[in-house]
Write a protein that binds this ligand. Structure first.
Ligand SMILES: CC(C)(COP(=O)(O)OP(=O)(O)OC[C@H]1O[C@@H](n2cnc3c(N)ncnc32)[C@H](O)[C@@H]1OP(=O)(O)O)[C@@H](O)C(=O)NCCC(=O)NCCS
Length: 421
């Protein structure tokens, strides 16, 4: 049985941050009702690859949900919303600041309608503080949460990371908050308001950079490959440094294409065997006793030499060959995997992380699978709904509306009028 089988979610989220969260909860078995404006979540039509079909942007973030369209700017639509609030355990949204309040639904009002409901809200910057009124997208959150200033190289521009830590990362944070609040609501009968700001979520994921920020008030950072000094103030960008207690870097391998790299962690425990293995091939047979790299203190100081030697060693090996050499030595390492590598990888396939699905508008497509594996409740991944696919089903089965009532609502435009004139 699915872990969240008896949980119903009124999901007003759109774009990526909120849908990431509700898709995970749906994969854990919750009945997620995607509550959309009549024109649908904007991502249905964004970055389309198949004409007139829901985009991959939408399908990859909205699996296992049911879709209902409701015009919240009509009195009848608002009544459908109120009725659904009474039938759901969780309501969640990631509208711009003040949107829900403008529609007439403050947290107090929702709590009054259903005291047990948990409300989840994602905002760029939360509901308090000088930034509260600003909208946000992924890279705005990466910029303002500390990720961009610490990603890249010191003499280059700040960089965004490919992992969507602002959007999807915030969705993960919200899922944790919602499950905690739901647990409490089931104990106490009282729901609560769960808010996650994207900027806060990114800061949380940059925690180790704030560790280094404070260390800099006392000392330079010996493990950084770029210059640091006491009281320099801001944590510098440090390329592919490991960022942890062990030295690490990306090593370029044969045939030296864009993704022919192996990330290698020169863990203290493996240095001796690593030095013995690479030394002879880089014309330094006694590398293990070389005073410049013999101790961790010296290796930190002279880490450029370590990287130069490893890169030299790697010249005649592919990333997979180098990995095969380092694995028996117990050296932690991993090839830089391209999207193509991952989409065809046996390990990925075996763990159900690249899942083939069918869709009435677009045919066969793939989704990234469920990364959280529950032993007794494995996720069964189903395609995303088409716009309003479950209108009648939800009005009838969840709300108990009669056929006549549904027809009257439709005639009044409660489900179909464009939200904005
Ligand atoms: C993502 C974001 C920038 C998009 O901005 P946007 O496209 O202007 O959308 P907003 O959320 O501000 O507004 C949605 C509008 O649709 C309307 N709407 C939403 N659902 C509706 C429905 N079912 N029926 C009628 N209208 C509806 C809202 O009332 C609002 O209209 P208003 O501006 O007249 O009040 C913004 O939603 C945001 O900052 N969200 C919080 C942070 C976030 O999650 N960002 C990451 C997204 S991946």
């Amino acid at each position: 049985m699915e872990a969240l089988k008896d949980v119903r979610i009124l999901d007003m989220t759109h774009v990526q941050a909120g849908p990431t969260c509700s898709q995970l909860l749906a994969w854990m078995g919750a009945d997620v009702i995607k509550f959309e404006p009549p024109q649908g979540d904007a991502t249905r039509g964004q970055l389309r690859d198949v004409p007139n079909a829901d985009s991959l942007y939408f399908t990859m973030l909205n699996c296992n949900k049911r879709s209902i369209t409701v015009n919240m700017k009509s009195a009848e639509g608002k009544q459908v919303f109120v009725d659904l609030l009474k039938k759901c355990d969780i309501m969640m949204e990631n509208f711009g600041p003040g949107v829900l309040e403008r529609l007439g639904f403050t947290w107090d009002k929702i709590h009054e309608i259903n005291p047990k409901i948990v409300v989840g809200s994602i905002k760029g910057f939360g509901s308090s503080g000088p930034y509260a009124e600003f909208k946000a997208y992924e890279n705005v959150a990466q910029a303002m949460g500390g990720a961009m200033s610490t990603t890249g190289v010191p003499d280059g521009p700040p960089f965004v990371t490919g992992a969507q830590i602002g959007d999807s990362g915030t969705g993960l944070h919200l899922a944790i908050g919602l499950l905690a609040a739901l647990h409490q609501a089931r104990r106490t009968g009282q729901g609560q308001y769960v808010e996650v700001a994207m900027m806060d979520g990114v800061m949380n994921l940059c925690r180790v950079k704030f560790r280094d920020h404070q260390r800099l008030t006392r000392q330079s950072l010996a493990e950084y490959s770029v210059p640091t000094y006491k009281d320099m103030g801001e944590v510098p960008r440090a390329g592919n440094d490991s960022g942890g207690g062990q030295l690490g870097n990306a090593i370029h391998c044969k045939p030296h294409g864009a993704n022919d790299w192996l990330y290698v962690v020169v863990q203290e425990a493996v240095w001796e065997s690593l030095a013995k293995r690479i030394g002879p091939e880089v014309h330094m047979p006694d590398l293990v006793n070389d005073p410049r790299v013999a101790t961790i203190t010296e290796r930190r100081k002279n880490q450029q030499l370590v990287w130069t030697l490893l890169n030299k060693f790697a010249e005649k090996y592919t990333k997979r060959e180098l990995m095969a050499i380092l694995n028996p030595l117990d050296v932690p390492c991993g090839p830089i995997m391209s999207t193509q590598d991952l989409a065809t990888d046996e390990h990925v396939k075996g763990r159900d992380m690249w899942v083939e699905l069918d869709h009435p508008q677009r045919g066969k497509w793939f989704n990234v699978g469920m990364p959280i594996k529950l032993s007794a409740s494995p996720a069964k991944i189903e395609r995303s709904p088409t716009l309003g696919e479950h209108n009648d089903e939800i009005l009838r089965d969840v709300l108990g509306y009669s056929g006549d009532k549904i027809a009257t609502l439709k005639a009044a435009g409660a489900l179909s009028k464009p939200a904005k004139a």
